[in-house]
Structures are given as C-alpha cells and as structure tokens.
Design a protein around this ligand. Structure first.
Ligand code: 0X9
Ligand code: ZN
Length: 300
C-alpha cells in the first residue's frame, strides 16, 4: 500500500497509519491530537513494545508544506519501526515513539493541489493566507527571522500558538513532558543537523552534548545513505529564526536533545527532490532517530 517510490497524498498517509493501528494493535496506537485550520486530523502514531515509564522520542514531519521529503522519510521510519522492527535492535524496542508525519496537513494538500512551493499553513489573515508554523511556537516568539506581516513567508502568527497545529503539538508534548527525551523535526533542504538555539547565535549550557550527539547522528546518516550532513547551532549555521519548534522543545518543554534535521539535497533540486532520492534520504532519517534512541537508552 505505501511505497517510497513516489510522494503520497495525505489520504494515503493517513490510511497507512490507520492500517498499522489495525494490524499491530499490541504495538501501535493512533491518536488524533487536534485538527488543522481546515479541519483535518493531526494523527500521532505511538509505537511502544513495552511497559510504561520508558524514555520517549517525538518525531514530526511536514511543518513546511513543500518539503515533501520530510513526510516521506517519516513514514519510512514508521514502516521500519513497525513492519520491520526485528531488524533494528534492542534500543528501538526500549523507546516509546510518538510520530506525527504531517504536522501541516492543510498546507501539504495545498502544495499538491494548487501551489507546489507553498510553505505555511492555511490560516486566513486579512487578504493573505498562511502562518509559518515554525515561527509560531511560544519560545522567544516574534523575534529575529520572523515577521508580523501575514503576507510574508515567515509570518509568525498573531500570537504564540495562535495556530491549532502548533498548539496541538505543544499541548501533547507538554502532557508527556516527563518521559520525552528527544525531539526531532524533519525539514528540507540543505543537509543540516541543527540544534538550539535558532532565535539567537548562542548555545544552551549543554551545547557539548547536543554537538557530540549531533556528530554521531551525522556519521550514522552518512553510513546509511551516503550524504554528508553539517552539524551546528541553527542560528549560527543557517540563520536566526525565532518561534521554531526546536527552540520551544528545548527552552520551554525541557527536552534535552532537540534537533531540526534538514534532509536532502544541498540545493540542486531543492524542495523538488526527485523520487529516486526518497529511499536513500529516508534511510538517513531512520539512522538519525536510531542513533538518538541508542543515546537516550544507553544500549548499543
Ligand atoms: O527556517 C526554518 O524554519 C528552517 N529551515 S527551512 O528551510 N526548512 O524552512 C530552519 C529552522 C531551524 N530552527 C530554528 N531556527 N529554530
Ligand atoms: Zn522547513
């Protein structure tokens, strides 16, 4: 049903999640954590093979509509952690995984139907549509690299968590705050492993840990798919941008290992990544989250 030889529409992705929940009820459960502006469900898949109280990892994809490789890679991760779990070792089984493959379903569908390069959600503000969900999180909201102008690509929204998509993610993660040990958001493009901070060119106190694990992730990704990823602070490496989900996960939710991973490529195809790159890129994404799992469980 699901393949990684083409980019799928939202209904296919959601249908695949429903199928997994029905097929593996002992391992997989599906929760709708909220609705988008246009009323589409925000579906989080939980993968858990054991008792409660274990460390958890949050993964999201598709914050930005046009970054199609992100939901494609996140659904590949889901496939491997469910239908092929035996191939991936103990650390994968000792973590609770919470995975939201399409955080911005309205934008994702709009990018399929109308405008391939659409980035934001589909909230209407005056004569323009769309809030940049990666400027709408409530940590250092409204600062550098965001805009108050609704027509801009980096419009931060009318207030922190003004958007139902970002608010739902924040409420859900906050309700699992104690167990959540890592936050990963998949974007494209550029081949970067970015850690906080994004709002300023500075680093949290445990910068050395974030950097060390970031380099481990980069090595694993290179082994898995052959692409090189650059590791660094988001603002220092890319550009300052406030109100990002990664900064919120670190600064407000207190999740130690918080990363934004910009998947392939380095700009030759950019957002319009040809389908033959889906599988190698998705293998890199899987290697990234497995590295995090082994790090937070100390199982090799
Ligand atoms: O600008 C963004 O939101 C991300 N890059 S993208 O090209 N996918 O739009 C980078 C976000 C990095 N994190 C923060 N600045 N907090
Ligand atoms: Zn993005």
């Amino acid at each position: 049903r699901m393949t990684w030889q083409s980019y799928h529409r939202l209904a296919d992705i959601h249908g695949y999640l429903d199928y997994l929940a029905q097929t593996y009820p002992q391992l997989v459960s599906l929760q709708t954590i909220g609705s988008s502006v246009e009323g589409r469900p925000l579906k989080v898949l939980k993968i858990s093979s054991g008792s409660p109280g274990r460390p958890a990892i949050w993964i999201d994809g598709g914050i930005h509509a046009r970054e199609w490789i992100s939901p494609a890679s996140v659904t590949y991760i889901i496939n491997e952690l469910t239908e092929n779990q035996e191939a991936h070792g103990e650390h994968v089984k000792s973590v609770d995984w919470y995975i939201l493959p399409v955080l911005n379903p309205d934008g994702y569908e709009y990018s399929h139907r109308v405008d391939r390069l659409w980035r934001k959600n589909r909230q209407v503000s005056g004569h323009c549509a769309g809030t940049d969900l990666n400027r709408n999180f409530g940590y250092k909201w409204g600062g550098a690299g965001s805009s108050k102008e609704p027509c801009k690509e980096i419009y931060a929204g009318s207030r922190p968590f003004s958007e139902p998509e970002s608010a739902a993610v924040s409420n859900f993660i906050q309700s699992h705050a104690g167990s959540m040990k890592a936050y990963v958001s998949f974007h494209s493009y550029g081949q970067y492993i970015l850690h906080p901070w994004g709002y300023v060119r500075g680093y949290p106190p445990d910068h050395a840990d974030l950097s060390r694990v970031g380099h481990k992730i980069a090595n694993a990704m290179y082994q898995a798919g052959g692409a090189s990823y650059t590791v660094g602070g988001a603002a220092a490496t890319l550009y300052p941008a406030s109100g990002g989900s990664d900064d919120w996960a670190k600064g407000a939710a207190g999740i130690k290992y918080s990363y934004t991973i910009e998947l392939r490529d380095r700009g030759f195809f950019g957002f319009i990544l040809p389908v033959q790159y889906i599988l190698p890129t998705a293998r890199e994404a899987l290697a990234a989250v497995k590295t995090l799992a082994s790090e937070i469980t100390n199982v090799r």
